[in-house]
Design a protein around this ligand. Structure first.
Ligand SMILES: [Zn+2]
Length: 137
């Protein structure tokens, strides 16, 4: 992101912050945004809006404090395949995605061979003849 782009984005975010908190001037909001390290615009916008909406924050200056609760996110993207669910995995999947994947990977056990001799040892011993199966055991 070029410096001009970053400055333009800061100006837009500062305007939104000013709309939420009219007592904060845009220049002060821009200054607070400049104090932050580079980060994705979406994360910056969300945190700035949370910060401005929090009545505990009296000036824009503390937005640069990454320990401020505006930076703590309890907000989650919805799952793309299950929009009713929160995506809670790092890859954006939800619990339903996990269950779907588990079901797709599930392989049932092979069917039992019903033609097999249920007593193979006794059958083998009975084939030995007169010595019989019970006497050898
Ligand atoms: Zn899902």
């Amino acid at each position: 992101m070029t410096t001009d782009q970053a400055e333009r984005i800061r100006g837009h975010i500062a305007s939104l912050m000013h709309d939420i908190r009219p007592e904060w001037d845009v220049a002060g909001c821009v200054a607070a945004l400049r104090a932050l390290p580079d980060m994705p615009t979406g994360a910056l916008t969300i945190a700035a809006m949370r910060y401005a909406g929090d009545p505990a924050n009296t000036t824009p200056a503390m937005l640069a404090d990454l320990g401020n609760r505006a930076w703590v996110s309890d907000w989650h993207l919805p799952c793309r395949r299950h929009p009713q669910n929160r995506a809670w995995r790092v890859n954006g999947q939800c619990a339903s995605c996990y269950a779907d994947r588990q079901a797709a990977e599930y392989e049932p056990r092979p069917a039992r061979d019903t033609t097999a001799d249920p007593h193979p040892l006794e059958t083998a011993l009975s084939r030995l003849g007169s010595r019989g199966s019970r006497e050898c055991i």
